[in-house]
Write a protein that binds this ligand. Structure first.
Ligand SMILES: C[S@@+](CC[C@H](N)C(=O)[O-])C[C@H]1O[C@@H](n2cnc3c(N)ncnc32)[C@H](O)[C@@H]1O
Length: 306
């Protein structure tokens, strides 16, 4: 058992994650983009999964091309279903091996090209550069070896336009080490999911063993193993620099406070151009976003009791 995001888990993923405040995450992304004066036209999402953030990315004002990359074809299939459910106009144009092209119309009747790519985020190459690359929900922690991270960051650097941004979140080292061993049972409408967290603090590893049993006696239970590794901020920063990025800002998730190894979730903003992260900043702007995000985060705490 050394695989994850199989067909069955993809089917129940959105139900298991129904409490995840993706719309708040999207608001935070928009704040980061405003802060760095970025108005992307093309975006690549790494480990895009079932598309919970991808469906939001098409709403960015100037976006005309969105690429959703993931290793799991089952997750990408689910993402296309989600697009078809959420948008009255969603049309598949072509489907080749590992690559599906589609088009969607937003509420403002803007047409956005979509490309669903079944690929490893440690090894990808795009035909055309994009001006934003993103990844959410600790997907980068699934790269458990430093050379996988370097390969991913190098592919990202090669795929990004000169003034583009690479924005991703990660579970911090502190979070991975302190998740704790526990077992829970998640009851869905037509399945039971046995979830076991196993932490190896000495190796900075967190594993989740899942056993998913459909409530149907003829369908056997499925098992999956998920493995994430936590890294020090300095490690990620130096791997980004080794891969071609010149500037990196690190935040505590959903805030404009500096990220630390003791923070729970971290957001990294990386740029190829050394001056890209500083040239648009003023002290006033920094304080404005600090206060705005403090208010937003307090609101989130109340709303979701996180
Ligand atoms: C926790 S899920 C997050 C999915 C999505 N980003 C979200 O916010 O819901 C992690 C995703 O990473 C993908 N993944 C894991 N390792 C990968 C790899 N090496 N290359 C591409 N995708 C990968 C999985 O298939 C899964 O869809």
């Amino acid at each position: 058992m050394n695989y994850s995001y199989t067909d069955y888990f993809a089917q129940i993923y959105d139900d298991v994650m129904r409490q995840v405040p993706y719309s708040f995450w999207f608001r935070y992304l928009k704040d980061l983009l405003k802060y760095y004066k970025s108005e992307p036209e093309q975006v690549l999402e790494l480990a895009a999964g079932t598309g919970n953030m991808t469906v939001n990315l098409v709403k960015l004002n100037k976006i005309d091309r969105v690429i959703a990359l993931d290793l799991s074809s089952a997750m990408l299939d689910k993402s296309m279903e989600n697009f078809a459910d959420k948008f009255p106009y969603f049309n598949k144009l072509s489907a080749q091996k590992n690559k599906t092209k589609a088009v969607v119309k937003t509420a403002k009747q803007r047409q956005v090209e979509l490309l669903f790519l079944e690929k490893n985020m440690s090894k990808f190459k795009l035909a055309n550069k994009v001006d934003l690359i993103v990844s959410f929900f600790d997907s980068l922690n699934y790269l458990t070896e430093k050379d996988q991270l370097v390969a991913c960051f190098t592919s990202a650097a090669d795929s990004l336009s000169r003034d583009g941004l690479f924005i991703f979140d990660m579970n911090s080292l502190a979070r991975i080490r302190t998740i704790g061993n526990r077992s829970i049972v998640l009851e869905g409408e037509d399945y039971t999911c046995f979830w076991q967290d196993i932490v190896y603090p000495e190796n900075n590893l967190w594993q989740v063993k899942l056993k998913i049993c459909p409530d149907h006696q003829d369908i056997p239970c499925f098992e999956e193993l998920h493995t994430e590794r936590g890294y020090k901020i300095n490690t990620i920063t130096s791997l980004l620099k080794k891969s071609g990025f010149s500037a990196v800002d690190i935040y505590q998730a959903f805030s404009f406070r500096e990220g630390r190894d003791s923070s729970d979730r971290l957001y990294f903003v990386a740029a190829l151009n050394k001056k890209r992260l500083t040239e648009t900043q003023t002290q006033f702007k920094k304080y404005y976003y600090l206060i705005k995000n403090f208010c937003d985060y307090s609101y989130l705490n109340l709303k979701y009791s996180l």
